[in-house]
Ligand binder design. Structure first.
Ligand code: DC
Length: 227
């Protein structure tokens, strides 16, 4: 069967990774969370006190970073590894969330991540989610989805997710972080968040996970079978 590339971009907390994982499982495709790469780089910068306003420091640091994805036998999805350490859990921390958009706006950081993302897509049969996957990483992907949802719904979703890990977190903190990331991600000079040409918009404010999955599967089937 023909293998395609599916890109899922959109605003923070619109459920991109949930949909990407469902599609990857159903189609037996590789799922890559590109945001995890930017989060892992941010974690490295924070731990190693990299001054990311200094281009030379950034370039030097990137040479020390190796990012890999490995399948987790329990969850059956892929975990991100930073220099051999599984950082899938720690990169979701608020400390990283507060800085990741700043780091992801740096040209050198994006070039580093995008080069690796393009290599991962060469064999096709891949679903990647992020902010610039349909516009920059795979502009020729067969299926491009752009996800949106009302901001109050997104805040609520992210709050529930974060609260499980950190019961001290407040809804105001989560809202402020989401708004800040949306702003930086869509206003940066390099690869700002935009719907890609030929992308299909998916607003899931009033959709269940099952409903949105069914819609996306129909689109994917059409592209795979050419109907
Ligand atoms: O999807 P996420 O929330 O884990 O992404 C973390 C940050 O990384 C997000 O604020 C924007 C950035 N990002 C990006 O700039 N480009 C991507 N392809 C993926 C994520």
């Amino acid at each position: 069967m023909k293998k395609i590339i599916i890109t899922i971009d959109g605003w923070s907390s619109t459920g991109k990774s949930t949909l990407a994982k469902q599609l990857a499982k159903a189609l037996k495709y590789l799922y890559v969370d590109s945001g995890a790469m930017y989060r892992a780089i941010t974690l490295y910068f924070l731990r190693n006190h990299v001054d990311w306003t200094d281009k030379q420091d950034v370039k030097k640091a990137l040479k020390q970073i190796n990012i890999e994805f490995q399948t987790n036998a329990k969850t059956h999805t892929s975990d991100v590894y930073l220099n051999g350490e599984n950082v899938e859990y720690v990169i979701r921390d608020m400390v990283v969330a507060e800085k990741v958009s700043e780091v992801a706006a740096i040209r050198e950081v994006r070039e580093f991540a995008v080069a690796q993302q393009k290599r991962m897509g060469e064999p096709k049969g891949i679903i990647m989610d992020g902010r610039d996957i349909g516009t920059v990483v795979f502009p020729h992907a067969e299926l491009k989805i752009f996800m949106t949802a009302d901001s109050s719904v997104r805040v609520e979703r992210r709050f529930k997710e974060m609260f499980d890990k950190n019961p001290n977190i407040t809804i105001e903190e989560v809202k402020a972080n989401l708004e800040m990331r949306d702003y930086i991600d869509s206003h940066r000079e390099v690869s700002p968040l935009r719907p890609a040409k030929n992308s299909i918009s998916l607003d899931n404010t009033n959709l269940t996970q099952k409903e949105q999955f069914q819609k996306a599967m129909e689109w994917a089937d059409k592209k795979i079978t050419g109907t």
